[in-house]
Each structure stands twice: as structure tokens, then as C-alpha cells.
Design a protein around this ligand. Sequence first.
Ligand code: ADP
Ligand code: MG
Length: 656
Amino acid sequence: MTLTKNQMDILKKYECATLCDFLSVYPLRYDIYELSDETHLVDGQSVILEGYITSSLKSVHYAKNKSVTHFTFDAMKSYRVSIFNRHYLKAPQDPLRKVTLIGKYKHPNQVIASTLYYQPLVELGRIHPIYPLKDKTPLRSIKSMIAKALSVCQNYNHDPLPIDVIQSYQLMNQAEAMKNIHQPESLQELMKAILRFKVSEFLEYHIQIQNNRLRVVHSKQQRHLSSDSITPIIQSLPYTLTLDQQDALHTLFHDSNQPVTASALLQGDVGSGKTVVALCLAYAYIHAGFSVALMVPTEVLAYQHFETAVKTLNGLKDNIFILTSSTKPSERKIMLEYIKSQPSLVIGTHALFSDDVHYNRLGLVIIDEQHRFGVAQRMKLIQKGMDVDVLSMSATPIPRTLASVLFADMNVVTLQNKPLNRGSVQTHVIEGNSFTTVLDDILETIQRKEQVYVITSLIEDDGESRSAMSVYANLKKAFGKQFEIGLLHGKMKNEEKNKVLNAFTSNKIAMLVSTSVVEVGVDVPNATRMIIYDAHRFGLSSLHQLRGRIGRSEKSSICYLINPSQDPLSFQRLQVLVDSHDGFEIASQDLKLRGPGDLIGLKQSGLPSFQFANIISDYDLLIKTKQTALELLQSQSKQHQEYITQVIEQSLKGID
Ligand code: ADP
Ligand code: MG
């Protein structure tokens, strides 16, 4: 099979090794083409219209590579159409043949078109798979690659799913499902294909979870943790632990002292105080002569936990280290010697499982924001010790019944209630593109010596959304003389990032303009306002996590969501945040408001995410497949065992 250079480039962009791998680039969603009812059009709604182009096409170039083309379009009514960056469009060859126009309706008679087909709707087909577009790869190139792959790749003809599973769930076979997921013939066939993918996803998930349980070590080195050891730590805290925190510690100590390796999930909404629980437990391990590795997803968070640990666990200072990919080689060498020779608390990013890192009796691995790490990464760290206990932490508290299915391999411990010293957090949606309407509130906040986050979705301009760089430059120009403004984003060097974050933590900076690098974990209780530009571009769970950066003290806080989008769905989504402060509720709504396969932003939710299956709306299937998975695991049949082996091998890919 020969591929053009262009097609090879596309494979690379989608991180596929072969053309056949490309079949697992699935549609994000499916557009169903149906004619809009022209008698009931609402301003801003998406429309599909069939009609005739009844004027010449006039293009205007207004910037480099930017143009807008205008024409008149007659369906039942007559519309003035604008379409961007399509200066090459021509009038249809046959003016009597209907064309199809897709776009947004603007009252009273305008359409901002996104697509123009020189065909009537019937010829286009009804169901259109929409793929994730990377680096501006055109949709039609993706579709033609998929068509090619479907015609030449035969390797999916061998169906991995056991035949009795296929029968009892009445599933399509693999080849049929693959064809229909990419080129659905009808809505009914598509739904059947999706069902097949959902069942596979759930079965694989359950099998992996059950397999984790089998890896448990039943006679580990005794930990002998003593709760007395942490009394001085607890007494020196500037607050008293909540009852939930105390209960959690009690449970975690108990589990750790069992002869079986402990595996717990500490869950609690943003700001519920998980860090201090983890640090107390870590202290007890080190006191008992074991090392602890605390892994976090970002360097910013690693530094912050390091500072907190040094402050909180006084007396242990010399045994606390921070290890990231930007640790200087000379420091790293000395540090690794220490870590090897004495029980230590090592805080860091994925650098914690580099080959040259050896721990002194590693007893506990703590994984903060656990959903940010893949199975392989978690396993690599855990395998640094012989019989390691694991504490995972997640910011989305899942109800008990659901948690017992999703996290059947862990003991789920929940911090239900937040510390009592918390002021209210209000959330407002601001329509438009700026925060001038609430400027007074922001300036007063800064006068009170409280601090403000300004969040953007981008680092640099892309012409559509506001970027951290340009917002920073504008604010600096307007207010730079009145108060200090800082800038934080992922492309900055770590030293710079830490400098900025430290300055913000110590209130030397009043306003911090940042991308979502502050999303996870950052803890500056004196910050009480957050402005989020282009809020519609974030997932709801991400917004909830971002908002969790404020409301961390007794002062009341406000989060402003700036929404420039006219789409009613954007407003509806953001309203969920105004109404709810419950991370699980928000994640569930996010799941419900998204289509199948639409994963953007969901990684942040802490709920296990699947391409097709949805743990909320497919709950019954989730339960049913668990039962099937357990049966398969106990079965002696060769076909069942082969399937299980294949699933487990697949999940362990990337682990040595
Ligand atoms: P998260 O659960 O989101 O990781 P953190 O551990 O960052 O939350 O804690 C949020 C804030 O609450 C921190 O500033 C921490 O010092 C504070 N905190 C933790 N426990 C208590 C408590 N019992 N009383 C008051 N403040 C607390
Ligand atoms: Mg945290």
C-alpha cells in the first residue's frame, strides 16, 4: 500500500504508525443533516438550507490569508450570505440545480456560512462523521484516508470479542462495526456500531480493574505506622483537621498497617484539603523508616507541594526533595544519593520514575490528580518498590455506588465536607468579550489587598480567542502603574514560573494573568476573584477546577465567566457552573451535554472517560458488563482466556 507524502504527514499528526492504525481515529460526533424549518428560525441557530445562489459571488480580502465572500441565497426566503476564507468559491455551473448551505442564522435575513455544497441535500447523505481536526488537516483528507484504510485493512476481521458475548449482547461483528462507525449507512446501523464499541470499552475497563486486584501483595513488609507520630504535625497546623480529614487518616493508617498492600482513592472536591491528609500519612511512613514518592502532573504543583511539605512537616526538612525534569544535573546527582540512602519524601513529576532513581525502602506512592496519569506511568512508579502501598487522589467525588463499580480495585475514602472557614463563591456569566462591567469590583478587590486571577484559553493569539500574552500586555498598559501584574503560562521556563508563582503567593503580584497551568492544585487563599476569558472554550470540569483556585479562605469570592459565544448551548453549559458547586454533578452534566466520543476537557473531570461509552447515561450497561467481565475472568474456555490476555497485554503496553 503506497501512501502519498501528504497522507504520511497526516498519519504522523495523528500519531499512527500504519494506515490501519488510522481506523482508531474515531469521529468526535456525527452531524445529522436535516433541513431547517425556515418559518421558525432563531437568531444564532445552526441552519441547513437548500436553495439557489441568485447573485454573483464577491470576495473581499481584509488581511493576510483572510477573506470574506458574499452572495444572495434564495430558499423559501432570501438570505444575504457571508462565508470566510473561501475566495476560491465559484457560482454553480448549473444555476438551476439546488445547492446546500450550512451555517449560522443571523436575524433577520443573514447566514454566516461554514460550508457550501453544490449538491442538493438528498445527494449528500444524512449522517456525517466529524473527526478531530489536528493542525488544520481538512476533513475530506481524513475521510479519504479512512475509506482507504477500510478497503485494505483486513486485520480487524478476526473478532477479539468472544462469540457468546457478541450473541448475548446482540452485537455487530468487529468489521461491520468498524465500517459503520466511520461510514454509517443509517442511524440504526450507527447506533448498533456504537453499542459494540461501548461494550468493548466497558469490558476492557472492568477486566483491567479486576486484574489490578490480583496484583495485590498479601504479605508485605509490616509498616508499623503509629498515629502518635503525627500528633506534633497536627498540633502545629494553623487550623484543626475536619472530621472527614481525621476519619480519612484513620482509615488510611488502618489499611497501611494490614499485611496486604493498600490501595486507596482519596476523593474530595477542589479545596476539601486532601494535601494535608496525604502529607500526614507520608510523615508516618518516613517516621516508620519507609520512603514516599508524591507524584503530581505539573511542575508548578510540584513546587507548591514541596513548599507546603517543608512548612508542614517541620523536623523532616532534610528528608524532603523535589525532583522534576528541570532539576539541574549536579543537584540531581547529589539528591539521588540521598534518596537512595535514607527514607525520604520525594515530590515531583514523572521524573520520579526515571531509571536512575532508586528509593530507600519505598513504602508509599501518592498520586495527586491521579486521572492525569496513564496506567503505564502509575505502574512505573509503583514498580520502584517491592510491595508498595498506593494513595491516589482525585478532585471529583463520585457517589459511593458508582465509585464501587468504577474503582473496585481501591478503597474509596471521601472528604465530603470542606473546611468550615470558607466564604461563599459566586459565579456570574458575562456576555460579551470584556470585564469592563465588573471592573469596579476588581479594582476594589485589589485595593483590599486581595488578589485576582485572569485566565485565558491560549498562550498566544490565534485570531479568535484572547491570549495570555495580549491580555497581559493590555492590562499592563492600563493598570501597570497602579498595581503589579504577573504572567504565567506553560511555555515559560520553570525558574520563571516559580518566580511568578512565589510572587503571587506572597502577594507581591496583585493580578495574575495565566493559562490553565494554574488549573490543578495551585493554592493561594488570598486570591478571591477569577476572570475567565472565552469560558465557552473550556470543559465544565476544567472551569470547576479553575474556579477552585478561589474561595480558599473565609473571604467571599467571585468567578466571572466571560462568554463571547452566541450559541445558546454555551450559555446553557456555563449556567451549570452558576447553579452547582458539586464537582461530580458538574462532570455528569458535562458528560450529558457532550456527544459520543467528544472527549475534549473530560480528562480533567476525574471520571474515567471513554470514547463512546458514558458512565452516566450508560450506567445500566456499565453494571451489566461488570458481571460479564467477572464471568469471563472465571471461565476456563480458551476463547475467553485469550480475550482476557489480550486486553491485559494491551493495557500494560509501555510498562517494562
Ligand atoms: P485540595 O483538596 O483541592 O487538594 P488543598 O489540599 O489544596 O485542597 O487545600 C485547600 C486549602 O485548604 C489549603 O490552603 C489548605 O491549607 C486549607 N486547609 C486544609 N485543611 C483545612 C482545615 N481543616 N481547615 C482549614 N483550612 C484547611
Ligand atoms: Mg490538590
